[in-house]
Design a protein around this ligand. Sequence first.
Ligand code: NDP
Length: 450
Amino acid sequence: MSDILDVKVNEFMAKVIAKNPGETEFHQAVKEVVESLMPFIEENPKYKQHKVLERMVEPERVIIFRVPWLDDNGEIQVNRGFRIQMSSVIGPFKGGLRLHPTVNLGILKFLAFEQVLKNSLTTLPMGGGKGGSDFDPKGKSDNEVMRFCQSFMTELSKYIGADTDVPAGDIGTGGREIGYMFGQYKRLRNEFVGVLTGKSLEWGGSLIRPEATGYGSVYFAQEMLATRGGNLKGKVCTVSGSGNVAQYTVEKLIQLGAKPVTMSDSSGYIYDPAGIDTEKLAWVMELKNIRRGRISEYAEKFGCEFVAGKTPWGVKCDCAFPSATQNEVNENDAKTLIANGCSLVSEGANMPSTPDAIEVYIKAKILYGPGKAANAGGVATSGLEMTQNSMRLPWSREEVDAKLHQIMINIHKTCVKYGTEADGYINYVKGANIGGFIKVADSMIAQGLV
Ligand code: NDP
């Protein structure tokens, strides 16, 4: 980037930082986007005149609320709830609810900001939002989780709706939590509507929604590899996380003949050089979704290595799928991945690579699919769930999977269109940011001062 553009980015960021002090993840996400958009905005002055970027970094609305609930000992607990309604310019606010002790305003604003561009990339009519709470479902009984979810939804229900804002799952919010929240919304409003996605099949959910983010990230990896005449067959893959996204990433990798060798949780990672197969994955799903145990138990059960307190990026691999959380791959990890021969990173998680790590990938010209493109399959399938709810008609597994696959192919095409550089290298960061931005920006201009 030229010096003049650098100055413009720094000036813009100085204002964002001054206005949103302490929100480091939000600053990080905005900076990455502004860096890739600045040259495009300079070439298209209408976006500058209409102050589109300045408006996009300001949420339409932020709701912060108290969530009191009773634990199993009858003691009162108090958490903080959030909903960031970032942009409704191309559709109702849409984005997940994160339940994790680290949740704060800055993390949710980064996620909501990314979500706006991601949802636009899917081509479906969805705005962007994100929410959650600093409540930790780990170690809580089902009854405690239910009481928290009911209290959370009692307040949140005032601000959401099938045509207004449609939350979904994220870290700590899976099928159980969505069920408790949906039940409470229905009681309060006396309405059976598609106000949440990620619902159970029996009451309005979509086939393939649980699988969608992981499957989508692997479909995106396939498209990236195809640009260099490659595929996933026989590729050794490292995966982080062992939650929803990681589980279905591993499942799709196995189906396509790749060899996933790691999974992790916040206590460390397992390395299974023989490969995680269908049977072992079924065991992990039972461990994580039903018994709610730790990944270290895998090492005991299948006789392999468990490395405590570490991420799996030191394990030699062809392709890496960060699928746990933000900033889980740093500069050194990125260098190690590349030194070990890794030629592809596809992000199932949101912003799992630090800016320094991204610089390393791009300098080495490896295939790098940033989260807002590679993990967009989850929200895209949420969009398909909303369509089915509106029609009151469910689609078959094959139909939803085919639509998901096509959406990932289209997102990849958009990235290629806007991200291909003079030497032929596809800069997916640039491609995803510009591709997502145009529709949102043009809609903002068309709708006047919104
Ligand atoms: P889950 O709660 O199902 O799983 C999260 C996994 O990541 C767990 O294994 C968890 O370990 C681990 N993890 C969470 N926080 C940390 C941390 N601070 N350090 C190390 N490990 C951690 O969440 P999902 O699989 O749904 O989400 C994973 C990522 O994918 C997130 O970045 C999310 O925003 C993103 N994403 C999810 C979508 C979805 O459809 N679910 C859609 C698009 C993106 P532990 O159990 O020990 O905490």
